[in-house]
Ligand binder design. Sequence first.
Ligand code: ZN
Ligand code: ZN
Length: 320
Amino acid sequence: MGSASLTISRRLFVSGGIAAVATAFLPSIVAKLSAQEASLTGAQFRASGKTAKIQIRSLRGDLRFLMGSGGNVIVLPGADGLVAVDSGLATSEPQVKAALNAISPGPVRHLLNTHWHFDHTDGNQWMHRDGAVIIAHENTRKRMTQRQSIPAFSIDFEPSPVAALPTVLFSQSHELRLNEQRIVMRRYTPAHTDSDVSVFFENANVLHAGDAWFNGYYPFIDYDSGGSIDGMIAASSENLARTDAETLVLPGHGDVGRRIQLVSFYNMLVDVRGRVSELKKRGLPLPAAIAAKPTASYDRALSGGFVSPELFTSLVYRGV
Ligand SMILES: [Zn+2]
Ligand SMILES: [Zn+2]
């Protein structure tokens, strides 16, 4: 797994794919792996947020999202103070603060985390320091209090500081009424991790799917955090049940989309799972399964992110 991901990283690096990766994802992760072929610490990853450029984009009504530092961040302004979903990289604090201020003055009062991953929770500490109560699935707190590793990217994370930890926790669902929105957080079947939740802004009909959906890219599946391909398929099915044709759906990575794209994503997952499972049943070891190119018909559309066809195939292979 480790050497496969490094090979993939190098390919992205030399092909110039890094520029596309930088805008949507983990700005320097792939470059660092390529340059050093060494494990990346949280500190190195964090440093990549310093130069991130933040875009503010509209969703519906007063809802906005910030794109550019870690995962997509939803912002809802109003009389109850700012509500944010995910917090980006800590080193982007000045840019994120400026973007929040451009939407509405005043600190974030409620911060909702979609899952524990660093690119979604690293800004938790400063947002909490400025007054935010942090709400998440109980496994988000559990994982943030322990040392975590993502071997596929050779990244290790130290336990998060206490101020970064969510303090309002739930296991199934949690409801808030803020800024004239009913906001429902609901856990997914463990999919990308075992801490994934969706955040639904009911009155606006806007859903943040976290990393249970990558729009326009192969998804990462973090088996070491309780994720699996079957869980991703289950969560994708849950997304179809949680949306209608009018719902605006924000992925953890990529642009806002609609239910019809969730259908394509679901179909892709089921199709690739079937193909890879067939190859594994025939006894093909992982390198041979990768060489058989089970994702070929999707590569043109989905291979522009940090999960290459080869890595995605290996992630599916692991779970079938
Ligand atoms: Zn992410
Ligand atoms: Zn994630």
